[in-house]
Design a protein around this ligand. Structure first.
Ligand code: MRU
Length: 350
């Protein structure tokens, strides 16, 4: 991969600033968890798995700052750190998944000296990073088998290397299919309001030499109706126990269109995106972001001053519209309450 979404340099975290893509490739360094939290809420880094991995390194950085007096004291001092990181973005469950995993690791170190706890938390964050890439590669290979040898795939938002520690989920499936010798063309929805499809998906696929055609969100229905699209393939921010899927706003209408036109609708996500504590999609918290993201582009108004705006960042696709959920442990098919549980049980917890 010719770029790094995030990289750990031993004493600092380096993030590719995604707010500046595709215009500029700028890497920013973070040595403090507060800066990391701002990077997540400001979407310097975004995409559910990438947010989780970044938060883990935020905790590793906080441990360096707060850990000198032993693990027990560190655990106490980390509580507000967890709160700060968890408050950044509510929908992607990978964030709380990673924070809880780091918390468990820290609590398991009680009684150990500070230096040991600091190192152990760094090692844990690195493990989360490595496991994310490995999960993406594995789910990519499994998902690639669902695609025909020549396939046109429609995707929404960015569920690629930029949204993960590397390789991607939905785009990981595309990459694995290409690596397996399949001819894949990607149709990338622009993804209003922040244009993750245009700015990020198109950028990273062009970087890899994978054919990509950009369309605005409102063109997807016409394109699906004309035929020749073999699959809709998206990522997820949180999957409820019943298989309902929260993903970037605009995913739900795409699932309705896919169903209408008989096109399979696949969701690719690691097991860390499944939240069994949430019964169904109606319980998933949906982030609402500033109306300025809708009324302005690059600081230029595109709507009259004073208009009221609703800007939910995600929507929920009902499980009934999802043909399959591709995970690193296997491919789940309806009914998801059973199939997702079986996959999670078959995969040993880290
Ligand atoms: O608001 P974003 O850019 O963080 O939203 C990202 C998405 O909706 C992705 O599709 C999702 O996180 C899956 S990323 C592998």
């Amino acid at each position: 991969m010719s770029f790094h979404t995030l990289a750990w340099k031993g004493d600092r975290l380096v993030l590719l600033d995604q707010t500046l893509l595709p215009g500029a490739e700028v890497y920013r360094e973070y040595t403090d968890y507060r800066g990391v939290a701002e990077a997540i809420s400001g979407m310097v880094v975004r995409g559910a798995p990438a947010i989780g991995v970044t938060a883990a390194f935020g905790i590793a950085l906080a441990a360096r700052e707060l850990g000198r007096d032993g693990a027990e004291e560190l655990c106490r001092r980390l509580e507000p750190v967890y709160e700060t990181l968890l408050a950044t973005r509510p929908t992607a469950v990978n964030l709380s998944w990673a924070v809880e995993r780091m918390r468990r690791r820290a609590e398991g170190l009680v009684g150990r000296p500070g230096e040991e706890a600091i190192e152990a938390l760094e090692v844990e964050a690195l493990a989360i990073l490595r496991e994310d890439v490995a999960a993406n590669r594995r789910l990519g290979r499994l998902g690639a088998e669902l695609l025909p040898t020549r396939a046109t795939v429609l995707t929404h938002c960015n569920a690629g290397a930029l949204a993960t520690a590397g390789y991607g989920t939905a785009l990981g499936v595309v990459r694995a299919a290409v690596e397996a010798g399949k001819q894949i063309e990607v149709l990338a929805d622009e993804t209003r309001p922040l244009l993750q499809g245009a700015r990020l998906t198109a950028w990273e696929l062009l970087r890899d030499g994978i054919p990509v055609t950009l369309l605005t969100d409102n063109m997807a229905g016409y394109r699906l109706g004309r035929g020749g699209v073999d699959a809709v393939l998206v990522g997820a921010d949180r999957i409820a126990g019943n298989g309902d899927v929260a993903n970037k706003i605009g995913t739900y209408p795409l699932s309705v269109l896919a169903r209408e036109h008989g096109v399979p609708f696949y969701v690719a996500a690691p097991l860390s995106t499944i939240d069994f504590s949430v019964e169904d999609g109606s319980r998933i918290p949906i982030e609402e972001r500033s109306g300025l993201e809708v009324t302005h582009w690059a600081g230029v108004p595109v709507a009259p001053a004073g208009v009221s705006v609703w800007n939910p960042a995600f929507d929920v696709t009902p499980a009934s519209n999802v043909s399959a959920i591709i995970t690193e442990a296997g491919i789940a098919r309806p009914p998801y309450r059973e199939s997702l549980r079986l996959l999670a049980q078959a995969s040993p917890a880290p």
